[in-house]
Design a protein around this ligand. Structure first.
Ligand code: SF4
Length: 462
């Protein structure tokens, strides 16, 4: 145990340096079927798997590169013989943030997210950006919110323990409608847990970690290409809806290296926050506009306004007037509900005739997809539903798809966090069964297959 700059007792292992690339992951036995590219206008990010049904994704360390593997400090990976480049998930996150226009990063390093900070520390200054190593994650979020109020696209990254420290400021950002992107690369927990073994234990922390009521957007990529695409999407949604957006992925997705073809940044469609165009006098930063997203002036641009975590009126001044309080709470929920169709994204594969639908995110979805392919090869009708938007949870879409199945299996690397949400979505119409792994190792296709066999419904097709 040591004491950090903020005077807290910190276990050495929590801040431990980057661990070796995982020797095995679910992607090492990656699907032979296609792994779809993501919905992102102009991005076109894809893996080799995305464009070919014949070639499996490269396992970590198994690709024949034409250049030596670079350290994770660069956002650019070595070119791969035959095309593309070899990029790590965390590298892709940093690269996408830069391409999306992020010019401010404040953070405290913690594995398995540290490569994002390392890459941003090197890449931001030459681009006119600012990198701040803060004393802790509380201060990191404070700095990010200040930079965003000054008009910069801003982000931070951490893992579960640091993400916990960010929660108060996350609630502040949601309530004061300050755009920002927070990356949580999940490790096993609780507390400092297993630095830094893979887990998916922050599914509920990402949704309910703060106090009070507010909606939030959480995106859950499952591949390196998708980390890139959803990081860009995170900035776009954050700006358009004036809300914090969380990018949530597990250690395997953060550390695995895959061959990808990332887009020319010039082709990206980037979102910007609405800004006021009228006179500074009478500017209302929390006005109930038709879109539900009021314009946000940059600090220093001539508009004077008040920002407080207290419940506030349209001018930003504190109020306890019940009608004003209700109006603010309802607008915060309504603005994301109104944009739900643009925000919510999911992938469904092989579900048309499925008797069993597996629901999974992140690297567990890669394992589930492989298990689905193997199960179908032996005549079992198995499909996969993968939320790319974890919150808002695609409950209506899942209900529409899995409502026809005979059972739903939730495969996740925790003790059943998404399981409860799937049960809520299906409302008892379909049996929901667990396939859980929470021992610090990645969920494997064999785990899903074993679960399918253990819990097969009577008379299921084989
Ligand atoms: S981050 Fe580096 S310096 Fe800090 S405890 Fe870990 S190994 Fe030591």
């Amino acid at each position: 145990m040591r004491v950090d700059a903020a005077g807290r007792r910190v276990s050495r292992s929590r801040r431990h340096g980057a661990r070796a690339e995982p020797a095995r992951s679910a992607c090492a036995s990656a699907p032979s079927a296609s792994w779809p590219s993501v919905r992102l206008a102009g991005a076109g990010a894809r893996t080799r798997c995305a464009s070919s049904g014949r070639r499996p994704a490269p396992a970590a360390g198994s690709v024949n590169c034409s250049a030596p593997t670079s350290p994770s400090l660069s956002t650019r990976g070595p070119e791969v013989a035959g095309g593309g480049e070899l990029v790590q998930g965390n590298q892709a996150c940093a690269r996408a943030a830069l391409d999306a226009g992020c010019r401010f990063y404040a953070g405290y390093p913690i594995t398995p997210s540290s490569e994002i900070a390392e890459a941003m520390a090197i890449a931001l200054p030459p681009r006119g950006g600012v990198f701040l190593q803060m004393e802790d994650e509380i201060a990191s979020m404070g700095a990010v919110l200040g930079a965003s109020l000054a008009g910069r696209k801003a982000m931070t990254a951490s893992s579960g323990p640091g993400f916990s420290l960010m929660q108060e400021h996350l609630g502040y950002a949601a309530f004061t409608e300050i755009p920002c992107v927070v990356v949580d690369v999940m490790r096993a927990g609780p507390s400092t847990g297993l630095p830094t073994s893979p887990a998916q234990g922050d599914v509920m922390q990402a949704r309910w970690g703060t106090h009070g009521d507010h909606p939030i957007i959480v995106l859950a990529p499952a591949s390196v290409a998708e980390v890139y695409a959803l990081t860009v999407e995170a900035f776009n949604l954050s700006e358009r809806y004036r809300t914090p957006v969380i990018l949530l992925y597990d250690e395997v997705v953060g550390h695995v290296r895959e061959r990808v073809w990332l887009p020319d940044p010039a082709t990206l469609v980037l979102g910007e926050r609405p800004r006021p165009g009228g006179p500074a006098a009478g500017y209302r930063p929390y006005a109930a506009t038709e879109s539900g997203v009021p314009p946000l002036a940059d600090f220093g641009s001539g508009y004077r306004f008040h920002v407080t975590g207290l419940t506030h009126d349209e001018r930003g001044y504190p109020t306890q007037e019940a009608a004003e309080v209700a109006r603010l709470q309802e607008r915060l929920c309504a603005k994301l509900e109104r944009g739900r169709q643009e925000i919510v994204s999911w992938e469904a594969t092989g579900v048309e005739d499925a008797e069993t639908v597996v629901v999974a995110i992140g690297i567990a979805a890669r394992a589930a997809r492989r298990a689905m392919t193997l199960a179908r090869a032996r005549g079992e009708r198995v499909g996969l539903f993968r939320p790319r938007t974890l919150w808002p949870f695609p409950d209506r879409e899942l209900a529409g798809i899995a409502g026809r199945a005979r059972r739903v299996v939730v495969a996740e690397m925790n003790m059943g966090q998404m399981l409860g949400e799937v049960e809520r979505a299906l409302g008892g119409r379909v049996p929901v069964l667990p396939c859980l792994r929470a021992d610090g190792l990645p969920l494997m296709p064999e785990d899903v297959l074993a679960s399918l066999e253990r819990q097969a419904p009577a008379g299921a097709s084989r």
